[in-house]
Design a protein around this ligand. Structure first.
Ligand code: EPZ
Length: 420
């Protein structure tokens, strides 16, 4: 197992390019299960989560090839294998998005229930509700969900849950409805850029979809979808992570190959915290100076993303004044707070609100990553802290950041990977 070792206290400076989006690539890869013929996916990042979904698709009869140039070429060869096994699904919950496309294309799907997650309760009731509304027979037994339907039928589906819309539930129902008989209306759909990207791919395969990017999707089912080529959108969370690292270390960084339009709520909070932000087209520059406290509330898109909450906590831990972070998507998603306190941060968590009293300085220590975004936040805190910080259990990080150590080193960070 590896760890990351950081000698902190150096402002980050320079330019960095973001990779393709993990959370866009995953449903796009699953959508290949709907296709007749081959699909070509460009820009899918080299991450363990992408590899895991590749293994899941292979276990479901698809041929998945990563070409030297980086493209993923996916073609279904055998539709008789329709069970996504526990051992794969438990390592990557996103595998659940194979359920809708498999059911729609094959009339049958069996997927392991994802099980627990450190960031909080993550039920799949909305996924099942949506597929049942399209006429699927659903059963949950022995740790698996099975779904059956000769042919799905279009329907009106309300997808709002206790925490608002669901990204992957919307993806599952959108993919299933694309091959259903008749018209489907998804109300309170998720409108994340990753859903818009999935809809673009489905339309290129021959689907009829209107309203992608809004809370109301209109899908007219078709009989057949053909393989297509697609380039996934840039990773907005990776981009914002670099901007937070620049601000927290009082540096200046330009992130290239991103889309500022996907980050409006995040850029707004940066400005509220005194970070100088300049966005033009595919580049965003952040310059940290006199950071000041601000309040952040996580919400479904276009609100502030929960996947940036931990990184902002690291930045606000060295801002002047007292900030609050209210977590409205995963109320318990504060595993990183206690680890940051080991570096000298002053954070008090009460229910789904964290109160962060800014301190002058952090000091290096050994900390433990608990999940993907928490590990990115601990790396940021380590870059700020004086002295040495060891971030352990970084396998979490490799799930969602392509070559983070290499990219941060290029920005002047004193950072390396070591065997733990
Ligand atoms: C996606 O997960 C992302 N993952 C998550 O990113 C992200 O945190 C999340 O959306 C929210 O933005 C991928 O895209 C692979 P949800 P998803 O269904 O779709 C509740 C990362 O760090 N809910 O939108 O699984 C749920 O418990 C990961 O890259 C139900 O109640 O999230 C949560 O409170 C972590 N019933 C809220 O909705 C359901 O059936 C939003 O979850 C489904 C969800």
């Amino acid at each position: 197992m590896q760890k990351i070792v950081i000698e902190g206290g150096k402002p980050l400076r320079g330019e960095v390019s973001v990779s393709g989006s993990k959370n866009a690539a995953l449903p796009v890869m699953a959508a290949c299960l709907l296709a007749e013929g081959e699909c070509r996916i460009s820009g899918a990042p080299r991450l363990t989560d992408i590899d895991t979904l590749g293994k899941v698709l292979t276990s479901l009869g698809a041929k998945v090839l990563r070409e030297d140039g980086g493209d993923l070429v996916i073609a279904v060869e055998d539709e008789s294998k329709s069970t996504a096994e526990y051992d794969l699904v438990r390592t990557m919950r996103g595998s659940i998005c194979a359920l809708g496309p498999m059911l729609a294309k094959r009339g049958y799907a069996k997927v392991s229930l994802p099980g627990g997650c450190v960031i909080g309760a993550r039920p799949i009731d909305l996924h099942l509700k949506g597929l049942q509304a399209l006429g699927a027979e659903i059963a949950c037994e022995h740790g698996y969900v099975t779904a059956k339907a000769k042919r799905l039928r279009g329907a009106r589906v309300y997808m709002g849950g206790s925490f608002g819309s669901s990204v992957l539930a919307t993806a599952n129902v959108l993919m299933a409805a694309s091959l259903a008989e008749g018209q489907t209306v998804i109300e309170h759909a998720a409108c994340e850029p990753e859903i818009e990207d999935l809809a673009r791919f489905l339309i290129d395969m021959g689907a009829s979809i209107e309203g992608a990017g809004s809370h109301r999707l209109l899908i007219r089912g078709v009989r057949r979808l053909d393989g297509a080529a697609h380039r996934v959108i840039p990773d907005r969370i990776e981009a914002a992570t670099f901007l937070a690292a620049a601000a927290a270390t009082r540096g200046k960084v330009t992130v290239r190959g991103t889309d500022a339009g996907h980050l409006a709520a995040v850029l707004d909070r940066f400005q509220e915290a005194g970070v100088k932000v300049a966005a033009n087209g595919k580049a965003i520059t952040a310059e940290g100076g006199d950071l000041c406290a601000t309040d952040v509330t996580t919400l479904p898109y276009p609100g502030f993303p929960t996947d940036m909450q931990a990184q902002f906590m690291a930045m606000l831990s060295v801002a002047r004044g007292t900030s609050t972070i209210t977590e409205k998507i995963y109320p318990e998603r504060f595993m990183h707070a206690a680890e940051m306190s080991r570096l000298g941060a002053k954070i008090n968590v009460r229910g789904n609100v964290a109160v962060i009293e800014g301190v002058e300085r952090l000091t290096g220590a050994t900390v433990m990553a608990s999940d993907l975004r928490a590990s990115a936040a601990l790396v940021i805190a380590g870059l700020v802290a004086e002295g040495r910080t060891d971030v352990r259990r970084i396998y979490h990080l490799d799930r969602g950041y392509e070559d983070l150590v290499g990219k941060l080193s290029a920005l002047g960070a004193n950072i390396r990977r070591e065997e733990d």
